[in-house]
Design a protein around this ligand. Structure first.
Ligand code: ADP
Length: 324
């Protein structure tokens, strides 16, 4: 083997099949490395591995690597509700986890300026994302979910005062994070139709929206407003989820309907929208959520209910609705 062959072999091996176009001229080695699907830390590791493998070999003075990557086809899926407290954040967390359990590369953006709860729901409170060249690196939460939250940008309660451009800039920081291989990016929106929603539609148009409502009439009227907001903005509604539908008594297992039953399903039908399923009002959901162990990570009927909703969202995405 001559020097050139030796250098080429060292680079090819260290780049794990990702190197091409290796050239050596006057002590300068250049090579292209395909970094598709790798996150920032894996890219750094691979590049320094290649450099280390070539450095010191006879005939090598300088190494120049060109990093290329196929653009990941990423799409945003908004989770929205007409008002707060209906379980929008709970659904966002568990939908993301259920998507990941089905083998998808799903991540989560917590854009709820009024009450960013994802750090708690994902058991990663107090962990700050690193920034590399002003790009935020998502934090890893329960179920290996990569996520970024408004709660990581400011002190609790501070973001509520954000208006217009400030809210929009904060959202952009989260959306433009280093999402690596993440393809399905779930966005937990604030309730209602405020500045974050406007900015979302103008700058980071979601592929589709999932609407969460409880079964009672008032929540449904609010949900209808959210639906019409997205429809006006030409964001397709993937479907409606009914949360807190039927209360399972922790003592006797009986099901009662404190907020009525089937309201969201009937409303979805009336509006000609798909109904994605219902999640019961179950104290175990609140307890698991508060403990940072999302119920979709477990087994049983609750995890199955989230998995079923995730399956329909995945089918919607793969059905070509979410083409970029
Ligand atoms: P939102 O994001 O719409 O404001 P959250 O997801 O934060 O609503 O839910 C509000 C509260 O209700 C939380 O304490 C949450 O744990 C609880 N919760 C949500 N869905 C359920 C459910 N299906 N059963 C029991 N508690 C729930």
């Amino acid at each position: 083997m001559n020097d050139v062959d030796r250098i080429e072999a060292a680079i090819t091996q260290a780049a794990q099949g990702r190197a091409s176009g290796v050239k050596i001229a006057g002590g300068v080695v250049t090579a292209m490395i395909d970094m598709s699907g790798l996150d920032a830390s894996a890219r750094t590791k691979l590049a320094s591995g290649v450099e280390a493998a070539a450095a010191g070999l006879p005939g090598v003075d300088t190494i120049r690597l060109m990093q290329t990557a196929e653009r990941v086809q990423r799409r945003l899926i908004a989770v929205a509700s007409g008002k707060g407290g209906v379980g929008k954040s709970t659904l966002s967390t568990n939908l993301t986890i259920a998507l990941r359990r089905s083998g998808r590369q799903a991540g989560l953006i917590d854009a709820d300026i009024y009450g960013p709860s994802q750090p708690r729901l994902l058991g990663a409170e107090g962990i700050q994302p690193e920034a590399r060249e002003k790009t935020l690196m998502p934090v890893t939460g329960a179920g290996d979910v990569p996520f970024l939250s408004m709660g990581q940008l400011v002190k609790p309660g501070q973001a509520v005062a954000w208006r217009g451009p400030m809210a929009g800039n904060a959202l952009s920081q989260l959306v433009d994070g280093d999402w690596g291989a993440t393809r399905d990016l779930i966005v937990d929106l604030p309730p209602g139709t405020g500045d974050i929603q406007l900015s979302m539609i103008q700058k980071h148009k979601p592929a589709g929206a999932v609407i969460v409502s409880t079964p009672q009439d008032l929540a449904l009227m609010d949900a209808a407003r959210a639906i019409s907001f997205f429809e006006t903005a030409k964001v397709p509604i993937i479907g409606v989820v009914e949360n807190m539908s039927g209360y399972i008594c922790p003592n006797c297992g009986d099901v009662s309907h404190p907020f009525g039953a089937g309201g969201a399903e009937a409303a979805a039908r009336e509006l000609g929208l798909p109904f994605l399923g219902r999640i019961p009002l179950d104290i175990a959901i609140r307890e698991a959520s508060d403990a940072g162990t999302p119920p979709a990570l477990g087994d049983g009927p609750i995890a199955d209910a989230f998995a079923d909703i995730a399956r329909q969202v995945a089918e919607w995405i793969d059905g070509g609705h979410a083409a970029e």
